[in-house]
Design a binder for this molecule. Structure first.
Ligand code: SAM
Length: 237
């Protein structure tokens, strides 16, 4: 059973922010951010762009992987004292391949309310336009950096019966698609690049076709979501 604090304890809002187009910020997210006593942001300068666009004047504090442990007691103390705190990441839903789960867990353990303000997430946005079966899926996030572990993860993705969603950097997308093309050239892939931004692009096809397409480009820029279609791609397989 959740352990809820008395009315005087504050609330931590986990606020999703746009993954590109700033106009995707929901009005409830904006209202929550404006009403917050404190916004804890993965990068306060990055958040500054959103704050400027929407005239959000709440106080901000940086909160990322390297200061999570040292910052948490201070944030918890403010919440215990009744403050409204919002957690944001650079883009999308906080805690999803982004910092934040530790403060969420600490709040839950302390009986402080934690409320999501739902909104964009690159994984779901990409899956929703892939045309692949969406009844079940697995989220791998970023693959390990070490080549051996990376290949193991790719093989694990290929063994999955349902779609696997992978976050990729510009430096790794071609390598990963190439590796899949080597192991299973006909496997169907979907690549979402720069969603909701100026150079938004969607590609689907076999691993070998996508490898050819991507490697033929003189420059490849942006942020990518790669979706590997399930090995058995019938619904509820
Ligand atoms: N928390 C975020 C979310 O909910 O989607 C994800 C943060 S993670 C650090 C950033 C990764 O998400 C990028 O490397 C890329 O794989 C993916 N991503 C974020 N925005 C994207 C976009 N506009 N288009 C394509 N991929 C994107």
């Amino acid at each position: 059973m959740a352990n809820h604090k008395t009315k005087s304890a504050g609330t931590l809002f986990v606020v999703s922010t746009p993954i590109g187009n700033l106009e995707d910020l929901s009005s409830r997210a904006l209202d929550t951010l404006k009403r917050s006593d404190l916004i804890i942001a993965e990068d306060t300068r990055h958040f500054g762009r959103l704050a400027k666009r929407f005239q959000i004047q709440s106080k901000t504090l940086s909160y990322h992987d390297h200061n999570e442990s040292s910052r948490s007691p201070e944030i918890l103390a403010q919440l215990e004292a009744g403050s409204t705190v919002s957690l944001v990441s650079d883009a999308g839903t906080p805690t999803i391949s982004d910092p934040g789960f530790r403060i969420v867990r600490a709040c839950r353990e302390a009986g402080i309310n934690v409320i999501p303000i739902p909104g964009p997430s690159a994984a779901i946005a990409a899956l929703s336009v892939s045309g692949f079966e969406t009844d079940r899926f697995t989220f791998f996030g970023f693959l390990p950096l070490k080549p051996g572990k990376r290949e193991k993860a790719v093989r694990e993705a290929l063994a999955s019966d349902c779609c696997v969603i992978i976050y990729e950097s510009v430096h790794k997308i071609l390598k990963t698609v190439g590796l899949i093309a080597e192991i299973e050239p006909e496997r169907q892939l979907f690549v979402a690049r720069e969603m909701s931004k100026m150079h938004e692009e969607y590609l689907s096809g076999s691993a070998q076709d996508l490898q050819k397409d991507l490697s033929a480009r003189s420059s490849l820029k942006g942020e990518f979501v790669l979706i590997v279609r399930g090995a058995k791609h019938s619904l509820n397989s």
